[in-house]
Design a protein around this ligand. Structure first.
Ligand code: C2E
Ligand code: MG
Ligand code: MG
Ligand code: MG
Length: 290
């Protein structure tokens, strides 16, 4: 009953909450204009085999703010979620990154791309249309694209995200569970959903090389992943010890600061084909065994 008194209701809206809310609104207003002015850009982090073969790029959004400089998504995604701007972000990120991917693949490089989507993107079919339209526009086959979805995003509206994920799967794109192990790691969805890849959270990866329990979790997750016929990506690989441990455990793909930092498109392009093509030159005829 006390909760209904004016005094308590003021206390519930503490100054901090009002401040946070005002700040989120300001960020959202700014972001709305940023989207119109094309201030959102994309950087690419390499995803490699443990032996260093470049397999794909993860597209990570950045906001090139005229005053604040390059802003990381942690600072604006929450505001974007609240003010329903995530579809516009997804539209922009898909447009930019699939354009870049198409240019890379024009050079006959078999590289893939992973794109993150937000919880609110999974609540309606718009995202499926956005993905389909972007693939069509850049004449890319769906299997080159992986959509990364966190467990918590999936669980924020399980029924609707299930339907959206099935439609994305019907489209032919790959689905990845991002930050695996930090949300509601229900084995139920591994059973039911058309998932292709598990991306193990860096929470476990970071302590893998020096903590027995983390190693046990990583090892058994890799086994589970493979038993289900899925591929396993470890994120947050920050040193050579971690990389070696993952290789020993049979992890398929690795990503992290030790493997490669997120870089602009032009720089990512330089990591691609030409050097690789040079290294795989066929031996001279005279030298080949008869
Ligand atoms: P994520 O999808 O798990 O992406 C990996 C994040 O970890 C990236 O941060 C990346 O820069 C960082 N990272 C990579 N290697 C390492 C490492 O070795 N150590 C550590 N400590 N961090 C590493 P970023 O770019 O700030 O993105 C943060 C999160 O924002 C992403 O986490 C993803 O959930 C979300 N996000 C990023 N881009 C997009 C986007 O285009 N759309 C949506 N909806 N979400 C995005
Ligand atoms: Mg991701
Ligand atoms: Mg599939
Ligand atoms: Mg992640």
């Amino acid at each position: 009953y006390a909760a209904k008194t004016a005094g308590t209701s003021v206390a519930l809206h503490s100054p901090a909450t009002v401040g946070d809310r005002r700040q989120r609104l300001e960020i959202a207003e700014d972001l709305f204009q940023a989207l119109e002015r094309h201030e959102l850009t994309v950087v690419y982090q390499p995803i490699r085999t443990p032996e260093r073969g470049l397999v794909a790029a993860e597209a990570l959004v950045r906001w090139d703010h005229p005053v604040r400089g390059r802003v990381a998504p942690g600072e604006f995604l929450e505001a974007a979620e609240r003010y329903r701007l995530t579809h516009e972000i997804a539209r922009r990120v898909l447009e930019v990154s699939l354009g870049d991917l198409a240019r890379w693949r024009d050079r006959a490089v078999p590289v893939g791309l992973s794109v993150n989507v937000s919880a609110s993107d999974l609540r309606d079919e718009t995202i499926v249309n956005l993905v389909a339209a972007a693939l069509l526009e850049h004449q890319l086959p769906p299997e080159v694209l992986t959509i990364e979805i966190t467990e918590s995003a999936m669980m924020s509206d399980p029924d609707r995200s299930r339907a959206v994920m099935r439609d994305l799967d019907d489209l032919g794109v790959n689905l990845s569970v991002d930050d695996y192990g930090t949300g509601y790691s229900s084995l139920q969805y591994l059973l039911e959903l058309p998932i292709d890849e598990i991306k193990l959270s860096r929470t476990f990866v970071a302590s893998l090389a020096h903590e027995e329990r983390a190693r046990a979790i990583v090892a058994s997750t890799i086994d589970l992943t493979h038993a289900l016929g899925l591929r396993m990506v470890a994120e947050g690989v920050e040193n050579v010890q971690t990389l070696t441990a993952l290789q020993e455990l049979g992890c398929d793909l690795v990503q992290g600061f030790h493997v490669g930092r997120p870089v602009p498109a032009e720089e990512f392009a330089r990591l691609l084909a030409p050097s690789t093509a040079g290294r795989h030159r066929l031996p001279a005829p005279g030298l080949s065994p008869a």
